[in-house]
Design a protein around this ligand. Structure first.
Ligand SMILES: [Zn+2]
Length: 331
């Protein structure tokens, strides 16, 4: 290790930080800390984002995506007007700019993917449009009373078919998963399916998988039941294919296999050695941590070159899967 500029090699850093660290400090120049990082897997890399900060990509005859490398929205350009799905605050007016690259027509319909603010917190910017959302989304937005997320004008329960400007859009509810109100939006003539915050093409899922883990697990099969060529997940660097959904399903299955194997291997007595048995949460926590750590040791080597973000989020995935095994599945 360099005394002057705190440079340590990767092995030292990984040891110090434990499993989960991929960043390394290197490039000692004597002028301070210079960070370099391991590259993300090729599978996680997406198209270059232009200097404007966003990319508009056509994914169907009339369907387009706007993405900035982190968030994605789609819009359907119909003769009647533009149908927009989602408006993350982080995209700001890049949505209006992106749409203007394709058409002069106004946004006449706004579809909520779900109620989460990070995806729809700029919905009010499209005032004048008809807001469409699941009944559960409407109930949540009514509760939050956020002027940036208007309560939908039109709601639906299990299934809805929209006919707008000669195009068919199917909206479906498949139960709790990422959220209580996750909507499946299928653009029939475009062979594109949009389900936000479930499958992350090229990347592992978000921290902790989902609000309701068994519903999240099942969602992969619900998605694959559709006839689609393009999958839009709302994140991150690129769009997806059926293969991306299958790969994530395999990752999730591997996490559960790893957790079950870890649970068989880790002894409660050993994991809680030295912990005050009267402190029930401390012993429970020590045991859960030991199982999670054991599972992470199985998952990370198998997946770190296949998907992005494995080191960052595999610990939370293993913890979530272990909870689901104990509380939901029971085995
Ligand atoms: Zn969400």
């Amino acid at each position: 290790m360099c005394d002057d500029c705190h440079t340590i090699d990767r092995r030292t850093y990984l040891t110090a930080a434990g499993v989960g660290a991929t960043a390394l400090l290197a490039g000692c120049s004597g002028a301070g800390v210079q960070r370099e990082f391991d590259p993300i897997p090729g599978n996680a890399q997406g198209p270059a984002i232009p200097e404007t900060g966003y990319l508009v990509d056509q994914i169907g005859p009339r369907l387009h995506v706007i993405m900035d490398g982190t968030y994605q929205v789609v819009f359907l350009d119909t003769d009647e007007g533009v149908v927009l799905l989602d408006a993350p605050p982080s995209l700001g007016d890049k949505i209006q700019q992106g749409i203007a690259e394709v058409t002069d027509r106004p946004v006449t319909h706004f579809i909520y993917s779900h109620a989460h603010n990070d995806h729809v917190g700029n919905a009010a910017a499209f005032a004048g449009a008809t807001y469409i959302g699941n009944e559960r989304t409407a109930a949540l937005l009514d509760r939050y009373d956020d002027p940036n997320r208007p309560v939908p004008d039109e709601t639906w329960d299990e299934e809805e078919e929209l006919e707008i400007g000669g195009h068919t859009i199917q909206l479906s509810y498949r139960g709790q998963s990422h959220s209580d109100d996750t909507t499946y939006t299928y653009f029939e003539g475009q062979r594109a399916l949009v389900v936000i915050d479930i499958v992350y093409p090229g990347w592992v899922p978000f921290q902790g998988f989902a609000a309701y883990v068994p519903g999240f697990v099942d969602a992969h099969d619900h998605i694959l039941a559709y006839e689609f060529d393009t999958f839009v997940g709302g994140h991150l660097t690129r769009l997806g294919t059926r293969e991306d959904v299958r790969v994530q399903k395999q990752y999730v299955g591997d996490v559960f296999d790893a957790v079950r194997a870890a649970a068989r291997e880790v002894s409660f007595a050993e994991a809680t050695e030295g912990v005050n048995p009267a402190d029930r949460w401390a012993s429970t926590g020590a045991y859960f941590d030991a199982v999670t750590e054991n599972a992470v040791g199985r998952v990370v080597p198998a997946w770190e070159d296949r998907l992005g973000g494995v080191a960052a989020f595999a610990p939370s995935h293993c913890a979530a899967a272990f909870r689901a095994v104990r509380v939901d599945y029971g085995r």
